[in-house]
Write a protein that binds this ligand. Structure first.
Ligand SMILES: [Fe+2]
Length: 208
């Protein structure tokens, strides 16, 4: 049973503080241990949707998060779980729900420690990543685009209208403008990522 803070008048004040601080002291998941666990529970060893893709989804998500403000813990967990239960490299329409359920099992086994609210977003993103165009939630939509930005590996050119975030759509449009071949997309993104970021508005120094 997951322990969450619940105020109780029967708990001495100093003990309450320990419980109250639990959510603020959550450890960042150990992604390398988690990755080994996820890899050992695959039902299909995929080239197209395997570890190389998971790593690229994480990279894409971290880039997108610089502008979308996504929760990067969820983005990194999504990269690990979303394709973890693929049964083949075809459409496999149930792989999202299977990946979400596997994430739920790992969460309940305390293999990573995040809040219930964070987990709900992770579950939603895994479950619907191939069926929902966008969710309206910045973290979930960042997960969707992190995955979609790696469609070049299967020979698909990006469509800005099918991206879930404005940043994702901008990258997709720039790749079309630059006539980037799908198979070169990863390298192109790596080489150009600083150019995609919106210029930050100029701020006057607060120093006199
Ligand atoms: Fe994927």
């Amino acid at each position: 049973m997951r322990q969450t803070f619940s105020p109780s008048s029967s708990i001495p004040y100093n003990k309450k503080c320990i419980f109250a601080s639990k959510n603020f002291l959550m450890k960042e998941p150990d992604y390398s241990i988690l990755q080994k666990h996820v890899l050992s529970h695959r039902i299909f060893e995929s080239e197209l949707h395997g570890i190389e893709h998971w790593i690229q989804v994480e990279r894409n998500g971290l880039l997108l998060a610089t502008e979308t403000g996504a929760d990067i813990t969820i983005v990194r967990l999504f990269a690990l779980f979303h394709d973890s239960k693929r049964a083949d490299d075809g459409f496999d329409k149930e792989h999202g729900p299977r990946g979400a359920e596997f994430a739920k099992t790992c969460f309940e086994e305390h293999r990573f420690d995040i809040t219930q609210e964070q987990f709900d977003k992770l579950y939603h993103a895994c479950k619907f990543h191939t069926t929902e165009p966008h969710s309206g939630d910045a973290t979930i939509d960042t997960c969707y685009d992190a995955d979609r930005l790696d469609l070049g590996r299967v020979g698909i050119k990006l469509d800005p209208n099918k991206m879930a975030t404005a940043f994702g759509a901008r990258i997709a449009q720039k790749s079309l403008d630059a006539n980037v071949k799908p198979e070169s997309f990863r390298e192109w993104l790596e080489d150009n990522q600083n150019a995609f970021r919106q210029p930050q508005p100029f701020r006057h120094s607060e120093q006199p």
